[in-house]
Design a protein around this ligand. Structure first.
Ligand code: GAL
Length: 712
């Protein structure tokens, strides 16, 4: 297995211990020759669209239809002078592209594309399906999205059309096909963005209900008894005698059958996925040398990201400061959450090996609860954070601040006069210059793909758990973050992966709170461990099958072949009266979920409960199985301290060196470059070892500062 080679090399480097290493040492260890070669191969296979030597391309949104045509040339010229390499058109321009049904006007867009090209700006073209023109809503009201309470959305905003409406799809495809015929063979267009932030719709349009029934007919082989079994409809007289009796589950009914809700959410995600996939295939009929992506909001549990197989890669949008203070210290609301971009990078990149960022905040936004000025330097910090994760492009939203419409108070690269560069605009200019300079220093980006720790993620687990939390203080994503945050403090490269990925690419795999499972998955885990993998499973894992039903077997026993544990029972405590778990003499607080375990003789007990009637019982176990190990964490701690210490203990056993970065400081590695980012409210001193060369910034990194060094 690949990682066995890596672990060996790592062990020789650090002589078997939990070392708190300097950044450069850890980075070097992650970039062994073997890894580089393997990863390089992957890059060539997975990213035909971008040139490694460019590191990243930087671009900016422009809406030609918002501005007097006489100003376009001035704007593109300025964009070019600031260093931007591409722009982004036609996102919300359906009304201008098809002013009347069947009458298309691309002449204005042709002129904009030509002027952009004059200033060396490539173009990302969009399909503008987020903003259907008014003639459509008036002539065909059946395309409008309907809420559960019966309200029908209307013209005058955006995103009011139903993806489940066959007519809406047909009208969209007609327009898209014309656009693709027109621009699909145009070398000035580098790629396409589908729709805008396509979300999963909870749409009560009649067409959605009919489509849901069709989805179920296909899934259950047209056999209503199969559906009744899957949904457990013997309970509360819920049985159906025909698919035609099934309606969309009402969210106001709090005791709605949750097996039905699972299928409904799968269906709802598939509607968005199919719409995007069909758009993409249509464009690809004409566009042979242009990539196609879309710009998702990183809402990880909507379940649609990565679900449209024909897309070339996935992109995301990210806004960092909007009033909710997720940052560190008094100025944190101006800097943002240290893991917000990192998590998106680590989630989007593994899907297809590369990703782009379609929207990044250039300054104040207009839609937050409080819209502060970013801290000077923060805009640049975010760009570096995106870059650090391995992205191929960064596009900022938007070039000009709008003078009318919903987003009047939204900053741009230039202000309301159309020419004065904003502070965020200057930070873009700086970043672009820095990247141009770095292009002289970097090597292949293959090294950053040599990621070594995976978090196995399936949105269906959080859907299922959220319906039956059992403890109001349980938070699925907070649970996952306890592990993620620890890994980032280790400086460990992390990939969020789906079950379709090859686990053996990673020496360590964590499957946190993975509630829905089946024999196939458990067998996959067993094979991974027996062949030398190190698996960490956490509480609530594999308790249910994929329909959300409990197997007719001892509770939680699906993973007994791995852990060897039996679960005596689980307990939940009041938050104001939490319990304690002890590991190696240290105490940790918990209350949300605790499993009282009965381990086999060959397992080590790492932590036990300290109170209640089960005092002394095991909470965390560790076991060797075949050539690998399985760690089972049956409890969720309050603040993640237990999770951190468990991972430290495990990594010591595995001879995997880790760093010990404070929360707020992250270190990433790509193209032979180490990148240290400081989101904390304190300056951070980075320990640069000999041989490494500082390229940008100094080892004294201020709040919102960045330090880049070459590890060659
Ligand atoms: C995004 C959206 C953009 C724009 C932006 C403003 O969520 O995709 O179209 O509205 O917000 O911050």
């Amino acid at each position: 297995m690949k990682y066995m080679v890596k672990s060996k090399i790592l062990a020789t480097f650090c002589a078997g211990l939990l070392t708190v290493s300097t950044g450069i040492q850890a980075a070097e260890r992650l970039a062994t020759g073997t890894q580089q070669k393997q990863a390089q191969k992957t890059v060539i296979e997975t990213s035909p669209w971008f040139d490694d030597k460019d590191l990243t391309l930087t671009g900016v949104y422009y809406y030609p239809e918002h501005w007097d045509e006489s100003q376009w040339e001035r704007d593109f010229k300025k964009m070019h002078e600031l260093g931007f390499e591409f722009t982004h058109f036609a996102e919300f321009a359906w009304a201008q592209l098809e002013p009347e049904e069947g009458r298309y006007d691309f002449a204005w867009l042709d002129r904009a594309v030509a002027l952009a090209a004059k200033y060396d700006l490539k173009v990302i073209m969009c399909t503008s399906t987020a903003t259907p023109p008014v003639w459509m809503s008036r002539k065909y009201p059946e395309i409008l999205l309907k809420n559960e309470d019966g309200t029908i959305l209307d013209h005058g905003a955006r995103q009011h059309a139903s993806f489940a409406s066959p007519l809406y799809r047909e009208l969209s495809y007609k327009m898209i096909e014309k656009l693709a015929q027109h621009y699909g063979n145009d070398s000035r267009i580098i790629g396409w963005q589908l729709d805008n932030e396509p979300a999963v719709q909870f749409d009560y349009n009649l067409k959605a209900e009919l489509a849901f029934r069709d989805f179920l007919r296909a899934k259950y082989n047209n056999d209503i008894q199969l559906l009744n079994n899957a949904w457990g409809t013997a309970f509360w007289s819920e049985a159906y005698s025909s698919f035609d009796e099934i309606t969309l589950p009402k969210r106001v009914q709090m005791f709605m059958n949750h097996h039905q809700i699972l299928d409904y959410r799968r269906f709802a995600a598939s509607q968005t996925n199919d719409f995007l996939n069909e758009q993409c295939l249509l464009i690809k009929k004409y566009a042979k040398n242009q990539w196609v992506t879309t710009n998702y909001i990183p809402n990880y549990d909507e379940g649609h990201i990565g679900g449209s197989p024909s897309l070339d890669f996935q992109s995301y949008t990210r806004y960092m400061v909007y009033g909710d203070n997720e940052g560190i210290g008094r100025r944190g609301y101006r800097v943002g959450n240290p893991l917000r971009i990192a998590w998106a990078n680590d989630f989007f990149r593994p899907i297809q090996g590369t990703y782009g960022v379609m929207e990044l905040q250039p300054g104040q936004v207009n839609w937050g609860s409080i819209n502060p000025q970013p801290l000077p330097g923060a805009v640049r910090l975010w760009m570096w954070s995106v870059f650090a994760g391995g992205s191929d492009f960064i596009c900022t939203y938007r070039y000009r601040q709008p003078l009318y419409g919903t987003e009047q108070y939204h900053y741009g690269i230039v202000g309301t006069d159309g020419v004065t560069v904003t502070p965020g605009g200057r930070e873009y200019e700086t970043f672009i210059k820095e990247i141009r300079e770095l292009r002289k220093h970097s090597s292949s980006r293959a090294d950053y793909l040599a990621r070594r720790t995976a978090i196995l993620f399936n949105h269906e687990n959080s859907w299922s758990i959220e319906r039956q939390k059992q403890n109001r203080t349980w938070d699925t994503f907070a649970h996952i973050e306890k592990y993620y945050r620890t890994l980032k403090s280790f400086g460990a490269p992390v990939d969020f992966i789906s079950e379709a990925k090859n686990l053996s690419d990673y020496p360590v795999v964590i499957a946190p709170t993975y509630q829905l499972a089946d024999k196939e998955l458990v067998d996959k885990w067993i094979t991974y461990v027996k062949n030398g993998g190190n698996l960490i499973l956490t509480c609530r894992t594999a308790q249910k099958d994929r329909y959300g039903r409990l197997p007719e077997a001892p509770f939680g026993s699906m993973i007994t072949p791995l852990t060897g544990n039996e679960m005596n029972f689980y307990d939940l405590l009041l938050p104001e009266n939490p319990g304690t778990v002890v590991m190696d003499g240290k105490e940790y607080i918990w209350n949300t979920w605790g499993e009282i375990l009965n381990p086999p003789a060959d397992a080590q007990v790492w932590a036990t409960y300290k109170n209640e009637f089960y005092e002394g019982s095991p909470a965390v176990t560790f076991r060797k199985l075949g050539k690998g190990t399985i760690t089972y964490v049956g409890v969720d701690s309050h603040n993640g301290a237990l999770e951190k210490d468990i991972l430290k203990k495990l990594y010591v056993q595995l001879n995997i060196p880790v760093m010990d970065l404070p929360y707020g400081v992250t270190m990433e590695y790509r193209n032979g470059l180490g990148i240290v980012l400081n989101y904390s409210d304190q300056p951070y001193t980075f320990n640069l070892s000999k041989g490494a060369k500082a390229l940008i910034g100094t080892t004294e990194i201020p709040t919102a500062g960045v330090f880049v060094f070459s590890v060659k």
